[in-house]
Design a protein around this ligand. Sequence first.
Ligand code: SAM
Ligand code: SF4
Ligand code: F3S
Length: 456
Amino acid sequence: MARQREFMNKIRTLWGETQPAACVETFGCQQNVADGQRLMGMLEACGFRFTGKPEKADLVLVNTCAVREHAEQRVFGNLGILTHTKKENPRQVIVLCGCMAQEERVANRVRESYRHVDLVFGPQALWKFPELLWQVYESRKRVFSIQDEHGSIAEGIPVVRERGVKAWVSIMYGCNNFCSYCIVPYVRGRERSRDPDAVLAEVRQLVREGYKDITLLGQNVNSYGNDLDISYDFADLLREIDQIEGEYWIRFMSSHPKDATKKLFDTMAGSRHVARQLHLPFQSGNDRVLREMNRRYTRAQYQELVAYARTVMPGLVLTSDVIIGFPGETEAEAMDTVSLVTEIGFDALFTFIYSPRPGTKAAEMPDPVPRAEKQKWFDTLLEVQNTESAARHRAYVGQTIRVLVDGESGDPAFPLSSRTEGNRLVRLKGGADRIGQFLDVKITDSNTWALYGEPV
Ligand code: SAM
Ligand code: SF4
Ligand code: F3S
């Protein structure tokens, strides 16, 4: 990073009286949002200010997601629009980074058909963004850096965080799991865990700065520490973080069920700051499909895990990810997923229709079921979950619960937005001076997506 700081300083010297503007757009998961905040940190150190308008920007950065085809199409649409902004301002620099950029197929398409894009690099090269950007300014040539580096970890990258209440902390990068449908391990490389002391120092600093809702990020936080030369796992990290004094909640995502341990749930249950909330993606309720997905647990094992977690943490808020229409999945198998959803009772679900990702194993599997058929199964699943979510939300009405006010809601009748410990959204009556406070609120109403309340 010392070397990168030199490049940031060199880029700063390029500007005269007027400060250049950068427009940063991030797609995808929280990991990518956290990466976006680091990219902004580096841009700020290079002398940029920020604008939301690409037509006003000297640099446009698109931080992309490759997880489903739809996400990729949106990015290509956005890149198309940028031909116009660049025509207006030929000195504009356009940067494509993130998970899509690491795919060779995408990089080749950009090289040939999106010639207005100046710089392309994947998540593995994120830390050397200043150096790559310097090359663009110095040579005025297009720069591509998409080698599979299975990178190391760079500490000390500057970060521009949202002001206020919530903060993201990446504790590890990459993924080793190779679920057969998923592109992430191909674009983000192998698992690398940050040093526990670096994570602890960052969380301590965030608490000192007043952040109150801190989420630890990794594709599978349950394998944190496996690659470190010390005997130290995710539960150990949580226990140490929990000892940091202050008024805050710690959350984490995601947890792979195959690596979730009783030790982890016991640690959560015994902690002061770890929210009683778990995002535990199960993907399918059918054992044959789970095997084909390479998930390495069974329906029964998943049920056992949830039962244990609920025993040690009564009232645990549980959410999950589900895929409908995996190649070769039959209607009966999809209905096994629906029945698991009914049996477990989730507070909320993130539901997806399978999207083939070139380069993954599942993309090679026969996939005979038409999209319209999968959509019907998907709609059944949604209906079941929406009924469940609404019922679970209704059960809060009349209760007084603790929430953290995290911003404005845009709804004049309930102008504040807040979160429960379980990360349920609560729209609140009250003024903006309450933002950042923990409050006891009485829940007065609810629907499928939110609770409504007033401070007591
Ligand atoms: N690492 C996390 C985990 O294993 O839970 C999640 C990573 S992925 C970014 C988020 C979700 O996207 C996955 O849990 C899965 O449900 C969904 N997903 C991944 N690949 C997909 C695909 N090819 N088609 C549809 N959904 C997909
Ligand atoms: Fe993808 Fe599976 Fe890794 Fe999650 S654990 S990122 S679903 S390969
Ligand atoms: Fe996240 Fe999308 Fe990459 S979900 S890890 S940004 S492929």
